[in-house]
Ligand binder design. Structure first.
Ligand code: CTP
Length: 406
């Protein structure tokens, strides 16, 4: 029992009405064997596929099905707050659709809507239902709501057809749960500082020099760090992209100098700083109090350099602090990224190339290469920015957990 991988972890297991529900008995047993506390919630339809008695016996807790049970109200908010992780397996097309729209006509859906913990789902359905655009659309919606789904298996289906749609096997679901919970705590107790977005350097009260950075990549990194247990401060330049309300400490700035001041103040207390902002390298030497008027002939702007925030923090960092930077390049990408990493004394640099379509400032996707100092570059596929954030934090953990935890 000493090497139980889920010891002390609290898992809410949601079961919906699919033939694959019979496999949940095995999944429950595996989770319990690994030391987890498991509370099972079923939809009324699920109870027709597997007996609640089987699952209450295996999970050692009463199985909950109805919002109201024998005059008692099952507190869905408390259940949602109790769990470290919610796993819905099997997930039918019907419950998937309800989750994608926020419908809430049973206890399982009410708990899903009030859960503050990460949610994993293991879909199960017949091939045609799986391939239907509505199902794929709903899955995409769930993904962008932050729900992770476990790919379906390929094989014999309840209809007799052979194809994709089978629920992943209990052992595979257990492996995803273990991995997810391992990561979840990986930044507990760590202070993470992230810069994101553009900076605007004013010329006069109405004009500025800026760039098209949206801040989306930095916001995704902040969310992921929070999910992994870190205390997160996000120093964000001017962007309209919304930061989720809640536990991220948000500091709004406009200019590079303001960003620098905020970072310099916070850096001594920081364990990991990620510089994802597209900081303007120069600002106008003069900032006119009044709108600059049109005149005949040319107008010359004089620009002066802004502080290089990443480089300045690199100079003062201690061996227990990590700094991670970004490089957006158009040519000789790897060479330029390596030079930047050295010049700014970064521990890792994340390269994105403007030559890759789907990568860049305003997109919801990104294609990156990670260069950890002293190691070979790792090239990744085009992914959503939240999936890219997962890859970046995984890499930080993989290369630097020794330094972070000694
Ligand atoms: N950076 C910073 N402060 C600056 C400029 C850049 O903190 N004044 C950080 C960025 O957040 C990023 C890294 O440094 O993590 C590289 O940014 P980039 O603009 O590509 O670097 P520059 O040194 O400005 O190089 P370039 O000449 O290519 O613009």
């Amino acid at each position: 029992m000493s090497n139980a991988t889920l010891s002390g972890k609290k898992i809410l297991l949601g079961v919906t009405g699919s033939i694959a529900a019979y496999k949940v008995a095995t999944l429950t047993r595996l989770l319990i064997r690994e030391g987890a506390s498991v509370r099972v919630i079923m939809t009324p339809a699920a109870a027709r596929f597997i007996s609640p008695l089987t699952l209450s016996t295996l999970s050692r807790h009463e199985v909950l099905i109805e919002l109201m049970d024998e005059g008692n109200w099952n507190n869905h908010v408390a259940l949602g707050l109790w769990a470290d992780l919610m796993v819905i397996a099997p997930l039918t097309a019907n419950t998937l659709a309800a989750m994608a729209t926020g419908a809430c006509d049973n206890l399982l859906l009410a708990v899903y809507l009030s859960a503050r913990c990460p949610v994993l789902v293991a879909p199960a359905m017949d091939e045609d239902m799986w391939r239907h655009p509505a199902t794929q659309r709903n899955l995409e919606q769930l993904r962008s709501d932050g729900v992770e789904w476990i790919p379906v298996g390929h094989g014999e289906l309840a209809s007799g057809l052979v194809g994709p749609g089978r629920m992943a096997e209990p052992e595979a679901i257990l492996a995803v749960v273990q991995e997810r919970l391992r990561k979840q705590g990986s930044l507990t107790g760590k202070k993470v500082l992230i810069t994101a977005g553009p900076t605007w350097e004013p010329l006069d009260p109405v004009r500025f020099i800026g760039n098209r950075s949206s801040g989306k990549m930095g916001i995704a990194l902040a969310k992921e760090a929070l999910d992994r247990g870190a205390t997160v401060v996000l120093v964000l330049g001017p962007t309209k992209v919304e930061v989720p309300e809640g536990d991220i400490q948000l500091i709004r700035v406009q200019t590079a100098e303001e960003m620098y001041a905020a970072v310099a103040d916070l850096f001594p207390e920081t364990d990991i700083a990620v510089f994802a902002a597209a900081v303007a390298d120069y600002r106008p030497a003069e900032r006119a109090d009044r709108k600059i008027k049109r005149k005949a002939g040319e107008l010359t702007l004089q620009l002066v350099p802004n502080p290089d925030i990443a480089a300045l923090m690199g100079k003062q960092k201690t061996p227990r602090q990590l700094t991670i930077g970004f490089a957006l390049e158009t040519n000789d990408e790897l060479t330029h990224a390596r030079e930047k990493m050295e010049k700014k004394q970064l521990d890792m640099i994340v390269l994105n190339s403007l030559n890759d379509s789907g990568a860049g400032f305003e997109a919801d996707t990104n294609k990156i290469t990670i260069l950890p100092a002293g190691n070979n570059p790792e090239e990744y596929q085009l992914k959503s920015k939240s999936a890219v954030a997962t890859d970046i934090w995984d890499s930080i953990f993989r290369y630097f957990s020794d330094r972070l935890y000694t």
